[in-house]
Design a protein around this ligand. Structure first.
Ligand SMILES: Cc1ncc(COP(=O)(O)O)c(C=O)c1O
Length: 385
């Protein structure tokens, strides 16, 4: 696949390393999400844990209903920069967080009945209109890896059916589950069947139901018809408002990490050392793990020149992977890592003092870009003492 010349021009003018987010691609995703909202009459929130690049939130704002946050910091960011509804879930709250939580959130979802009993009434005093909910654990695993499976045995996330009270407390107006990870709507269909089987008596006691994130709605092969059917069906059966809170689907395939080869070394294989890092700048490559696509590169041996791509930290495992190219890599050459908008900026670190990549926003339809943020020594130092 050859990149269109407009983006090619931009890629060679931006600083390296940088995260480059294309608003034209983001708009495409948002339009797809808006279609889902229209067709199934649900509400969609941006999961800030995946994508918190608030420099593009003005673009996102008109398409979505608000944000879902995992902390006071994210709730504040959502309230300030997107507005609309702010839904917050965190596995456990500290006493000192309840006052700001009550002021920022419209919906608070508790992970246990004990947390609800401890903080629910105080939240209602702080904010009379706040909606309180419980996270349930449908005990039905769909996630591809244990790291991403909130229904795995021993999980600390969500209340199991056997631990639910016979009748929900009067202050609880909604339920929430999050069990999917990069999945299609068939996984949601099976999950909803488990929810209806295990939590049936509660579904008519609530006014809203949140199906969490992990819906890969903007992926090419995603079955949107089935999603809309499932949402509308559930809504009609129980008379509830439905929320989806995708993170990845909002920013999927909208951004790149632009990096440069700094040096070539050889130890059984040719190794290119880059001005970026797997562990510091794209930690999910190691954590998830996954292999990012690179423009113009293939699997090892597929093209004539195979290189191992290494990061510039001291971690021996700071390796992005082995890739093959049509020509030998040389210092100064730029590489374009695909799909680097979500779960990158929100998770990166300055490990080894490596500077964070700049953040650049472009519009590939208009051949324009601007540097949104550069990081300096203070950004590194101020987190450390
Ligand atoms: C409670 C909750 N909601 C939403 C999300 C967003 O998931 P995704 O980015 O896969 O759509 C997550 C991700 O971990 C989550 O834990």
């Amino acid at each position: 696949m050859e990149r269109d010349t407009t983006l090619n021009n931009i890629v060679h003018q931006v600083p390296s390393p940088c995260y480059l987010v294309d608003t034209a691609l983001l708009r495409r995703n948002l339009e797809m999400l808006q279609q889902v909202k229209r067709r199934s009459d649900c509400k969609i929130l941006l999961a800030l844990k995946a994508f918190s690049m608030w420099g593009v939130f003005d673009l996102i704002k008109p398409y979505l209903d608000g944000t879902c946050a995992s902390s006071i910091n994210e709730a504040r960011l959502g309230a300030q920069e997107i507005g609309g509804e702010v839904h917050v879930f965190c596995p456990a709250w500290q006493d000192r967080e309840i006052e700001p939580l009550g002021q920022l959130a419209d919906h608070v979802i508790f992970n246990s009945l004990a947390q609800f009993e401890r903080f629910g009434k105080t939240l209602l005093v702080i904010n009379r209109g706040i909606q309180l909910g419980l996270r349930i654990n449908p005990a039905h695993s769909e996630a591809p890896a244990a790291l991403y499976d909130p229904c795995a045995p021993g999980s600390h996330l969500g209340i199991l059916a056997q631990d639910m009270p016979r009748k929900l407390p009067g202050e609880i107006t909604g339920l929430h589950f999050h069990t999917l990870c990069e999945q299609n709507s068939d996984a949601l269909e099976r999950t909803l069947a488990a929810v209806e089987k295990n939590f049936g008596p509660y579904l008519e006691q609530v006014q809203w139901f949140n199906f969490g994130g992990g819906h890969h709605i903007t992926r090419d092969d995603y079955n949107i018809d089935l999603l809309c059917q499932l949402v509308s069906g559930f809504k009609d059966r129980y008379g509830v408002e439905i929320y989806l809170e995708p993170g990845e689907a909002v920013a999927l395939n909208t951004g790149y990490l632009i990096a440069t080869v700094l040096d070539i070394v050889h130890n059984q294989i040719d190794i290119a050392i880059l001005d970026t890092s797997a562990t510091a700048h794209m930690p999910d490559v190691l954590e998830m793990p996954y292999r990012p696509n690179i423009e113009g590169a293939g699997k090892p041996g597929e093209r004539p020149y195979t290189f191992r791509l290494a990061g510039r930290t001291c971690l021996a495992g700071d390796v992005i992977g082995d890739y093959s190219f049509d020509h030998p890599l040389k210092p100064g050459e730029r590489l374009i890592f695909h799909d680097m908008a979500h779960y990158t900026m929100v998770k990166n670190t300055t490990f080894n003092g490596i500077p964070l990549p700049d953040i650049v926003i472009c519009d590939s339809t208009g051949n324009t870009f601007h540097i949104q943020r550069k990081f300096n020594y203070d950004d590194f130092k101020m987190r450390l003492s």
